[in-house]
Design a protein around this ligand. Sequence first.
Ligand code: NAD
Length: 304
Amino acid sequence: MSRKVTIVGAGTVGEAAAFNIAIKNICDELVLIDLDEEKTIGEATDIGHSIAFESDTEVHYGDYDKAAGSDIVVVTAGKPRKPGMTRLDLANENADIIRSIFKNFKTGFENTVFITTTNPMDVMNLCAYKTCGLDRRQLIGFGGWLDSSRLRYVLAHHLDAPHTSIDAYVLGEHGDSQVPVFSQVYNDGEKVEFSGKEQAEITEKVRGSAMSVIEKKGGTEWAPARGIYTIVQSIFNNEKRVIPCSAVLNGEYGLEDVSIGVPCVIGRRGIEQVLEWELSDEEREGFKEAGEKISAFCGEACVI
Ligand code: NAD
């Protein structure tokens, strides 16, 4: 059966995600939608030229009619942060963009799985869910994989260990109140304990990871793109892999009507299960605070 992916917002993150998906030959068709038609046609053609030795994916510019029937739609449209901004500073402006985009996903998108990347991602994922009215399991908010990858990078340097021997996750907000799960960090299968001071220093570094890149090169690109591909792969291959993603909760972790980073089993239908991990008292408190913070912003930005 033919496989189709659409990316809405072919800017820095969208283009890098498009390249990562196209080069892997994981879908037959990759549709790019953006307000800037000329540039997007150029980007699609450039990616097409880059993959011809390795992949048969047809990459082209399109609209919502062309996108209908997509297995997966990745939304990366919207304003990015500038130095000094928090993700939440983008809430109102990007909520207008998310609403205008998700209004288009009615007929032809009944079985599509959506990956929302636009910041503040947790707030935008709930806004997307309320706008399109699809099953909450079809709405995956992307950010927890990236925060967890950044945590693994920081921990590998802290412990002088290879990145790939670290097992560690970040839950909660994709933003300043993110919750690194220190109670479940492993290095080469061995549990690692951290002092309060170490935890504070590591959390600070991980929280500032994206801004340290934005200040130097204007925006993050390769890291989110790689994570988006990982989720696309997990959906198409029905991997049932546990990936921290923002999910619209309905009682899990004692929360509802909020989208927040939780461990999700990702498979062909999207979020197949939300796992309720046992957290330390401190982590549970941090998670609850993050939920309240996101909810406050959702109240303002997610009015449909
Ligand atoms: P960018 O400015 O390079 O690209 C955004 C693109 O969206 C532009 O090409 C623009 O034309 C397009 N766009 C705007 N409104 C549109 C609409 N209504 N329909 C179609 N296209 C539209 O920005 P970027 O650096 O690619 O970042 C995009 C978003 O992703 C930002 O909100 C950023 O904060 C967020 N982001 C999230 C993560 C994450 O982990 N969740 C990581 C990086 C960036």
